[in-house]
Design a binder for this molecule. Structure first.
Ligand code: HEM
Length: 317
């Protein structure tokens, strides 16, 4: 029994499968130059379990989780361990009309909670611990919009894998034994042109997304010509369909005219998310890109790997 328990501990994932919450934050950090900053950052990264516990014990009900991802750029100096097999920097994708930009970031915290106060509390304590060893690159707090819709007013997250399909789609397996239980995560911050989008008819919007707006029913896949967002993001090969887990959150500052979707996709294989992006930005067939992009501009793009929990804790040694 102890042998099994030991093995499970080594591969126990972070909180990849936590459900969508009312609030979530997406915090991207750069580690500052110098050995001192790197050592400090390593010790804070290794203490994530303790930081979570400090807050969790005080939460009466509801969900509170945080996942940590490390980028290709920071991996070796921070962990002093070999790279996960598929980890590489986010590749810019330049389509005929739209570009998936690549931006910087060494560390990424995905914090999910039932209320914003917990998110802020965690970030406050975390950033205090990092001190001047890191610089924040981006920090977005999202909220759950009614009916689980995004700010394009469509229900978002429906086709996510559930049950046993969830770990199968999101967690590295035996293909990379040193990192079994880890997960690749890709983030992109999108800003919407809501005025233009809301000027479209509901029928046009539904053709773009591939689902009905009111009752969220799938429309048939186009077999040729312009494909919908949901069809372009369906990746099928001889092995079947390859899923990812999306935990997109709306964010907004209406007074500044800012309305966005923070895209986040967890996957067992990085290539699956990359393939979706390629089909969206280049088009299938090219140049028929995903028309969601005519109303949504990607302003960030970063890839990280979320190692198993024990891997992080062991960085303290
Ligand atoms: C499906 C919104 C970006 C991957 C959907 C759906 C909506 C949506 C409303 C249909 C309901 C559902 O199944 O969730 C958005 C918005 C985006 C965005 C507003 C940003 C502006 C992306 C990106 C990817 C992606 C960047 C992948 C790299 C998917 C997948 C599906 C999906 C895999 C399910 C396809 C299926 O039916 O199997 N998205 N999405 N989305 N989206 Fe997105």
């Amino acid at each position: 029994y102890s042998a099994v328990a030991k093995h499970d501990l080594k591969t126990e994932p972070q909180y990849i499968d936590a459900p969508l919450t009312s609030a979530a934050a997406f915090l991207v950090l750069n580690i500052n130059d110098g050995d001192e900053a790197m050592d400090k950052a390593r010790s804070v990264v290794a203490s994530i379990e303790d930081l979570l516990k400090d807050i969790k014990i005080q939460v009466n009900t509801g969900i509170f989780t945080a996942n940590l991802g490390i980028s290709h750029h920071a991996w070796e100096p921070l962990t002093r361990k070999p790279l996960p097999k598929e980890l590489k920097p986010f590749q810019e994708i330049r389509g005929a009309q739209h570009t998936a930009v690549a931006t910087e970031g060494d560390l990424f915290y995905h914090i999910r909670a039932d209320s914003v106060d917990l998110v802020v509390e965690f970030e406050k304590i975390l950033l205090e611990a990092f001190g001047d060893s890191v610089t924040a690159v981006d920090d977005v707090t999202g909220f759950r919009y009614y009916n689980g819709r995004d700010l394009l007013e469509f229900v978002d997250g429906t086709a996510n894998p559930i049950g046993l399909s969830l770990p199968a789609a999101t967690l590295v397996g035996e293909e990379d034994p040193a990192y079994t239980g880890g997960s690749y995560v890709v983030i992109q911050k999108y800003l919407h042109d809501l005025k233009d989008w809301r000027a479209q008819t509901t029928e046009t919007q539904e053709q773009i997304i591939g689902r009905t707006k009111f009752d969220n029913i799938e429309l048939p896949d186009a077999t040729e010509g312009q494909k919908s967002h949901k069809t372009l993001c369906t990746i099928q090969d001889a092995e079947g369909e390859h899923d990812i887990l999306r935990d997109n959150m709306p964010f907004a500052t209406p007074g500044k005219g800012e309305y966005g979707t923070y895209f986040i996709g967890y996957s067992r294989h990085l290539w699956v998310t990359e393939k979706m992006l390629e089909r969206m930005f280049i088009g299938d067939p090219p140049p028929l890109h995903d028309r969601i992009l005519d109303y949504s501009r990607a302003v960030t793009g970063v890839t990280f790997f979320c190692p198993p929990r024990k891997f992080l804790v062991d960085l303290a040694d």
